[in-house]
Design a protein around this ligand. Structure first.
Ligand code: IMP
Length: 176
């Protein structure tokens, strides 16, 4: 298989700098508090692993897996819980770490699922936000970058399961 090099939208060093700032803000906001970080698999795993290294707090890491896309660049309109967290979050501060908010459906559904479990507070960190497609109002507390309406890959984000390993955010071109 030929190696595909997509056009760079956000370079690796820009991501590193932004994550440092987000980590500092989260550390300040949750000073003297415990935190449960919920990494939304699979797309957020790279962002989350870099982000938690910049959060200077005693935290616990949990994983949840939701799927809203098949092998296409359009949302299926359904969100399925594929794997749940194992921790009890009742009375806890929770930070959801997501790769991208597009229509907002995934996060809206996740926030509803978690609210039933009565956490103390829930905040959202998302590496990317595509405002053009937003259908469900979502407040992103810690945002990496607002981007234009292009399908992006890399830094954890995939197209049909590929390109997650790219160290930057690239633009998927038709035909790849
Ligand atoms: P939403 O439910 O429409 O907000 O979509 C959120 C999910 O769709 C993300 O967690 C991603 O998995 C996926 N997604 C949306 N846009 C992109 C993209 O440009 N590249 C890769 N995945 C995307």
């Amino acid at each position: 298989m030929e190696l595909y090099t997509p056009e760079v939208m956000i370079a690796e060093d820009e991501i590193v700098t932004r994550i440092e700032a987000l980590g500092k803000a989260i550390t300040k906001d949750f000073e003297n508090e415990d935190l449960v970080v919920i990494c939304v698999l699979k797309g957020a795993f790279v962002f989350c692993s870099d982000l938690i290294k910049r959060i200077n707090l005693p935290l616990k890491l949990e994983f949840i897996s939701l799927s809203s896309y098949g092998d296409s660049t359009n949302s299926s309109g359904n969100v399925r819980l594929e794997m749940d967290i194992t921790a009890n979050i009742e009375g806890k501060n929770v930070l959801i770490v997501e790769d991208i908010v597009d229509s907002g459906l995934t996060i809206k559904t996740l926030l509803e699922m978690l609210a039933i479990r009565r956490p103390k507070a829930v905040r959202l960190a998302s590496l990317l936000f595509k405002p053009m497609n937003l259908k469900h109002k979502v407040h992103i507390d810690y945002l990496g970058f607002e981007i234009e309406d292009k399908f992006v890959i890399g830094y954890g984000l995939d197209y049909a399961g590929r390109y997650r390993e790219l160290p930057y955010i690239g633009i998927l071109n038709a035909g790849n």
